[in-house]
Design a protein around this ligand. Structure first.
Ligand code: PSV
Ligand code: MN
Length: 388
């Protein structure tokens, strides 16, 4: 038996959730470029997500963002997803695109605005009943731009109160997942800027409140794998929003800007039991494909996560621990680097084929004609875009 055979069962269990919004047009404040075949509806986004799953076997669920993906009949939407071979996953709330939220949502000084934001989350919980979703993911744009603009302490207190109301309405199988981000759109202070604040808030709520770690939401140079370790250690790592960044919240393809960082993150995930089903950790992408094709962009992304997971699983833990405990600094480092530099691609290709999947999902998708078909069929209507 090869080392790869040993880790194959763990790879077979891997599931990565795709964001519906990755299939719509995205861009920057300068320009959003459209591409032929871009979905016009949430049903079409789900069909594209299902295509990623068909070619990779890695992406059985799709996350929705409300109201971007709002429909009248969520049970029918779930059936559409099932017909396509996937299921609906995390429901993401959105309190950052409504005029009322200019000065905050769950933290707002005006009780009526806070109530509106809370009600939006309660509607998301209703949607989750219909879709069978486990997780309500909350990311807030709340914050201020200028010192003195707001009372940071009061905002934190109101946040805790608002979250408690939402948490009290969760079903027993549901979770509240709070995502942090250090800046943007607020440029002076953000109300949930870091893992410590997210942890403090969810710890006060209870067991079914956990933290989402978006890999793009840290200052340059932050040791993200340390945060992964700590949240797993505390039993509070709820989910990942995977993407990669060079500068700020770039939302580039995960593992593209810094494959080594993705490897280090996956090493801590394995070390902390985050791959075990019982851990409950959800692995999601949160990306935008501004200039590249979206479906291949998502295929590339899930393959990157799979490749770095395989390398992390191949790490010789026994040897590493021995080197660490012997104070063998360079020996320990080399053991880690040996795993990182292991080219798992040929073994993964053969393994995929053995499971009835294409050895090279990127090439198989390109040859499938799907891109041309959607470009021909999806004519007319308004293409979905990040902001609508
Ligand atoms: C905020 O930057 C964020 O990472 C949150 O997860 C949002 O839901 C998502 O991006 C919107 O693209
Ligand atoms: Mn995110």
């Amino acid at each position: 038996m090869t080392a790869f055979d040993d880790i194959a069962p763990r790879l077979a269990a891997q599931a990565i959730e795709l964001p519906s919004w990755a299939f719509g047009n995205a861009g920057t404040r300068f320009k959003v470029f459209g591409t032929p075949g871009t979905p016009r509806t949430v049903e079409e986004k789900i069909s594209d997500a299902a295509t990623v799953h068909r070619f990779t076997g890695l992406a059985p669920t799709v996350a929705l963002h409300i109201p971007w993906d709002a429909v009248d009949d969520y049970a029918a939407l779930s059936r559409h997803a099932a017909d396509e071979g996937v299921a609906l996953g995390t429901i993401n709330s959105n309190t950052f695109q409504d005029e009322d939220y200019k000065f905050g949502s769950l933290t707002h000084t005006d009780a009526a605005v806070r109530r509106k934001a809370i009600d939006h989350h309660l509607q998301c919980l209703e949607i989750m009943e219909a879709t069978g979703s486990r997780d309500l993911k909350i990311w807030l744009a709340d914050g201020t731009n200028y010192a003195g603009q707001g009372d940071m302490r009061g905002r934190q207190d109101r946040l805790a109160e608002s979250l408690a109301v939402i948490y009290s309405q969760l079903g027993m199988e549901q979770r509240l997942v709070l995502e942090y981000k250090f800046f943007e759109p607020a440029f002076y202070h953000t109300d949930v800027p870091d893992w410590g604040t997210a942890y403090t808030q969810v710890a006060a709520l209870g067991e079914r409140a956990v933290v989402c770690l978006d890999t793009g939401h840290h200052a340059p140079g932050t040791n993200i794998e340390f945060i992964v370790m700590q949240l797993l250690r505390l039993g509070k790592l709820g989910s990942f929003d995977f993407n990669s960044r060079n500068y700020a919240d770039d939302d580039l393809i995960v593992g593209a800007a810094d494959p080594f960082q993705l490897f280090r993150v996956m090493v801590e995930v394995v070390r902390g039991g985050g791959l075990d089903h019982e851990s409950g950790v959800a692995f999601m992408l949160d990306q935008c494909h501004n200039v590249e094709e979206k479906i291949p962009g998502q295929i590339r992304s899930v393959l990157n996560v799979q490749e770095m997971t395989a390398r992390a699983l191949l790490l010789d833990r026994v040897a590493l621990t021995a080197a660490q405990e012997a104070g063998d600094v360079l020996g320990a480092h080399q053991i880690l680097m040996d795993a990182f530099y292991t080219d798992v691609r040929p073994a993964l290709a053969a393994w995929r084929e053995s499971r009835g999947l294409p050895a090279d999902p990127m090439r198989a998708y390109a040859a499938s004609g799907y891109q041309q078909r959607i470009a021909d069929e999806r004519v007319g209507g308004a293409q979905a875009s990040w902001a609508s």
